[in-house]
Design a protein around this ligand. Structure first.
Ligand code: BGC
Length: 719
């Protein structure tokens, strides 16, 4: 392909299409992730979309903890893409919910990288099995909207590897998305779009990514630098100035010709892959609506259910309060906002479930009277619209809604609150006064029916929190380091993201990570754990001890008390959803992957599984551990080399180093003072010397070794 064409196809031809050149046709890339938002042709409104199924956004689909559902959602999305002529769907979004104030948290799965990675990979597999490309976004560390186009997310290496990049690594290595979308922000000072370390060294060289890197829309600052770093396709377009800059840079040798040729090739391969399947005539909108309803019902989290208030008795009278029952909030704002094929509201679905027994108001003055005169009251409450582009300012429900909840709950203790929100809201103290609380997130176009399914027990709730609900915003690990200033946000909590931080500080929370109730109950047997070559297998029996069939999400948390590095008290390393009929027992097997036991070693610059006795806690949430066991794991060879700058303590902790040093020390005379004498005879002096690098010790009068001798010791120690 000619140089000019190579440059041209590495940028878009308009907002949503790549550029055709030579024998390479253009393809359409569009949002994503919870539905196909294909632009209405000739519309002046760039965000207006043609109708398509609005599945539950990730905040709700993630709460299912069910990769199988996410795969089915991906498959259905592929069918819609093919019917609409879309080759790449821009999702999934798998950034960590670092702060509950994140304006786009509704588009992301979790504060935990295992949940985000497993669910993201399932979604990608489903979509791509239909011949449509995914775009894993936003790579990387795009966990806030404030100053998102410029801010530098300043993250230490372990947190970056173990938390922020971990979900991306899982999706890339297990599902090979056809594209990865780089984020707008800078990562440790360098724009993601021109970050060679991120886009080439980590993504391709280490993880083996084979696809194409596309920019977030408008993320490229400098086309030449971007291509040099490993970015292939700049969107949107056209960008004749950038095309020219690329041609010139290749011409005068500033950009290696093969860098541009490689990117052009990747565009060509993506086009070939995504056009291998043809366009279809349509899709079954009813079936997709039913799937959207199934996922929505499964994503609802039952947070409280005093005295088994739920499920509701369809024979009783029900007061429904709040405009959100009639006018649902079912998705967030911004690039993912789409036009649904239809829209279910909860009021209609409730009225159909309890014919003739439902009365509705939205009028706070009437609500109390209505609640008093009914067997139960259901209040619909929620946040204002969350949207891409800005973070939230508070976690509180609007004051008038809190007042309404309090008034209705005072009038009728059998009050249920149903929440609609894209990011967590504080539930304390008002949840004390209500009988039941359903976290309904943003549930997509079938959410209204899904809420009724759960309220009346047609679906037994099994959704689980993928993020912690704190008691106060100020308790959150990210609180002091968000949203940053002067172009930088310091990820000061390090590896202690979300529940890891709450647990490390033993802080009370309103509802912990992993929590969610059911209309039945489960009991856990003893757990056993066996180490294998591929990781740890954990086995236990779980019994449904209640009156209804149900689904339990069994979670395995791992820790290593003897770790050489700081670790969180517990980290989710495996989970499994199991359907168990009333009264029956299931054998549950969870597999924690060996690679997930590793920490990132900053000295060795690689993952290391440590030797040791790992604690395995199995539970129904991060704060409801039902069985504990331990397992010996044989670690990787991971010796840190000793140097002259290693401390006395480091030398003594190393078997070879200790042996060599002890030889030196025992040769030193102890009479007549001197350092060796002090260290061998006086424990306090030895203690003080422990932090000394040997190179510095060598400079002291009376040192047991000279600098030259030390050089010899270093060679001997590392042989
Ligand atoms: C968003 C992406 C989206 C793209 C295209 C950007 O503003 O960050 O998530 O895919 O626009 O709409």
């Amino acid at each position: 392909m000619e140089l000019n064409d190579q440059a041209a196809i590495t940028s878009g031809s308009d907002f949503w299409a790549s550029t055709a050149a030579g024998d390479v046709p253009a393809i359409t890339l569009t949002d994503g992730p919870h539905g196909v938002r294909l632009r209405v042709p000739d519309s002046e409104d760039l965000l207006a979309g043609q109708p398509a199924t609005c599945f539950p956004p990730a905040v709700a689909s993630g709460s299912t903890w069910d990769p199988d559902l996410l795969r089915r959602m991906g498959e259905a999305l592929a069918e819609e893409c093919r019917a609409m002529g879309v080759q790449v769907l821009l999702g999934p979004g798998i950034n960590l919910k670092r702060t509950p104030l994140g304006g786009r948290n509704f588009e992301y799965f979790s504060e935990d990288p295992l949940v985000a990675g497993v669910l993201g990979a399932a979604w990608v597999r489903g979509l791509q099995s239909g011949g449509v490309g995914a775009s894993l976004k936003h790579f990387a560390v795009n966990s806030q909207e404030t100053d998102r186009m410029r801010v530098s997310a300043d993250v230490d290496e372990r947190s970056l590897r173990e938390l922020y990049l971990r979900a991306f690594q899982r999706v890339v290595t297990t599902a090979q998305p056809w594209t990865v979308m780089c984020s707008y922000n800078r990562v440790n000072g360098v724009y993601a779009s021109q970050n060679r370390w991120l886009l080439t060294e980590v993504l391709r060289d280490e993880w083996g990514f084979e696809g194409l890197v596309v920019s977030d829309w408008g993320a490229v600052v400098d086309r030449v630098e971007a291509v040099r770093a490993g970015l292939d396709l700049t969107m949107p377009g056209p960008d004749p100035t950038g095309d020219r800059a690329l041609v010139e840079a290749v011409g005068d040798g500033r950009l290696p010709a093969d860098a541009l040729a490689r990117s052009a090739d990747r565009v060509r391969s993506l086009v070939a892959k995504t056009t291998a399947v043809g366009r279809t005539d349509g899709y079954d909108a009813d079936r997709h609506h039913a799937l959207a309803r199934e996922i929505a019902a499964r994503g609802i989290v039952l947070l409280k259910n005093e005295g088994d208030l739920l499920p509701l008795d369809p024979g009783g009278t029900i007061a429904v309060v709040g405009e959100l029952a009639r006018t649902p909030r079912y998705q967030g704002g911004g690039s993912s906002q789409m036009t649904p094929t239809r829209l279910d509201d909860a009021l209609t679905a409730i009225a159909e479930s309890a014919p003739g027994r439902v009365r509705f108001t939205a009028d706070p003055a009437e609500a109390v009277e209505l609640a008093q005169g009914s067997d139960a009251a259901v209040v619909f409450a929620g946040t204002e619209q969350e949207t891409e582009g800005s973070d939230r300012e508070s976690l509180d429900l609007p004051a008038d809604q809190r007042k309404l909840i309090a008034a209705v709950a005072a009038a009728n203790p059998r009050t249920v609150v149903v929440l609609a929100n894209g990011g967590v809201v504080l539930t304390t103290p008002w949840d004390r006064d209500v009988g039941a609380l359903l976290e309904g997130w943003l549930l997509g176009q079938a959410g209204g029916s899904a809420v009724a399914d759960v309220l009346f027990g047609r679906v037994n709730p099994s959704g689980r929190l993928t993020e912690t609900i704190p008691l106060r915003l100020e308790d959150h690990p990210s609180y002091l380091d968000f949203p940053g200033e002067a172009g930088h946000v310091r990820y000061g909590e390090g590896i202690h993201v979300g529940y890891r931080g709450f647990d490390a500080r033993r802080q009370e929370v309103a509802y912990p990570f992993g929590f969610g109730l059911s209309y039945t109950t489960f009991s856990y047997g003893e757990a056993t754990a066996t180490a294998t070559e591929t990781g740890v297998d954990i086995r236990l029996r779980v019994t449904n001890t209640g009156p209804r069939d149900g689904r339990e999400v069994v979670q395995a948390y791992v820790s290593l008390p003897s770790s050489r590095v700081r670790r969180a008290p517990r980290e989710l390393k495996a989970f499994a959803g199991v359907e168990i009929r009333a009264g029956e027992t299931a054998e549950v097997v969870l597999h924690a992957d060996r690679s997930d036991l590793a920490y990132w070693d900053v000295v060795l610059q690689r993952w290391v599984v440590e030797d040791g006795t790992y604690t395995i806690e199995v539970g129904a949430s991060s704060r409801d551990i039902r069985a504990t066991t331990a397992v010996e794991v044989a670690g990787d060879e991971a010796r840190h080399p000793l140097s002259a700058d290693s401390t006395l303590a480091e030398w003594l902790a190393d078997p070879r180093g200790a042996e060599l040093l002890m030889e030196v020390f025992t040769r030193m005379p102890t009479e007549g003072g001197g350092m060796a004498a002090g260290m061998t005879l006086d424990p306090a002096t030895l203690q003080m010397a422990m932090g000394f690098p040997l190179s510095r010790m060598a400079m002291f009068p009376g040192s047991p070794f000279t600098a030259d001798a030390l050089a010899g010791l270093v060679v001997a120690a590392n042989k």
